[in-house]
Design a protein. Structure first.
Length: 333
């Protein structure tokens, strides 16, 4: 090829055109066209004839009772033999996926085993076939599912949940689980040693409202749980600080003594849910220190102060001041 041909790609394209328009090449193309056309007619004619094929139909088992343990392996598919025109069978084998045969164990009779009858299998397969297709046979014709009863008992559920709260929010009550108990099933002797089950470890971040989440239970080898998930509720509220004055008392002070404390009242500082802010009053708290403790600390004249009554939903209240000074005087009539 000359330097000029290299610089002129259109000349190369023209040469290709000339090649394809040659008489010999035209005859080749015509021959190939009629060859493909005849193959198409031959294939179409043969697809109109009847053939037989085997199709694998999956089997799905539902509602296996938790108290039953299947003792033998059961088939996961049924092999069905079909007859129809080739074009229809191509649709079954290449283009069409059979829906699983649904075996609902709750609907089967059981007397030592479950039996999926020939009629059930045949009906499940036939509903996916068109009217011209013949179901010649299928294997297995019946399915026997043998089982044995399992030991069972109810055990409480423990929530393994950690919560990271946004600033200004606190957990306002007990974390609850529903249901509180689940039933466990097993053939293992370890059932006597299982006293509770836990949820899977769950971490909640940036929480700022009450949460109710579904959490699965931690798996235990050879143990089935019913149900296998629970709802964990975490009560979360916005909190604010509240201060309440509480008088220091001693309800068993002998009559011949007078107790003077400095100060005579302390402040209880606590975080309160906004919804309960107005409900919290002085009468909800009480400080009653036994006289015996005053006697023990009489020399130092100081004593630590603690609450003897408080609402159960108040967490870690602070007392200011945490210690007071006192004097015990003789009561002269």
């Amino acid at each position: 090829m000359s330097w000029l041909d290299k610089q002129n790609p259109f000349k190369s394209i023209n040469r290709i055109k000339v090649f394809f328009f040659q008489q010999q090449w035209k005859e080749t193309l015509i021959f190939l066209f009629f060859l493909l056309l005849s193959l198409g007619f031959w294939l179409l004619q043969h697809l109109q004839q009847e053939y037989e094929i085997e199709i694998a139909v999956p089997v799905r088992y539902r509602n296996i009772p938790p108290e039953m343990e299947i003792t033998e392996e059961y088939p996961l598919e049924v092999i069905a033999k079909l007859r129809d025109k080739g074009i229809i069978l191509i649709n079954y084998s290449w283009l069409h996926s059979f829906s699983p045969i649904e075996v609902n164990l709750n609907e089967l009779q059981k007397e030592g085993n479950y039996q999926v009858t020939r009629r059930i299998i045949e009906t499940s397969i036939s509903k996916h076939l068109i009217s011209t297709t013949s179901l010649l046979s299928f294997e297995p014709e019946t399915i026997m599912i043998e089982y044995s009863a399992m030991q069972n008992k109810e055990v409480p559920v423990q929530a393994d949940v950690s919560v990271v709260l946004e600033p200004g929010y606190q957990i306002s009550g007990a974390i609850t689980v529903f249901p509180e108990k689940v039933r466990i099933y097993t053939n293992s002797n370890t059932i006597d040693f299982i006293t509770s089950v836990k949820t899977v470890t769950t971490e909640i971040k940036k929480a700022n409202q009450t949460l109710a989440i579904k959490v699965r239970l931690q798996k235990i080898d050879n143990v089935r749980m019913e149900p296998d998930e629970v709802t964990v509720t975490v009560p979360i509220e916005e909190f604010t600080e509240k201060r309440i004055s509480v008088v220091i008392g001693c309800n068993d002070l002998p009559d011949h003594y007078i107790l003077r404390s400095f100060p005579s009242t302390v402040e209880v500082v606590c975080n309160v849910p906004i919804s309960r802010f107005k409900d919290l009053e002085e009468t909800d708290f009480e400080i009653q220190i036994p006289f015996e403790e005053f006697e023990t600390n009489r020399t130092s004249g100081k004593i630590m102060v603690y609450l003897t009554k408080q609402p159960s939903w108040i967490v870690n209240p602070a007392i200011v001041p945490s210690a007071i000074e006192f004097i015990i005087e003789q009561n002269n009539p």
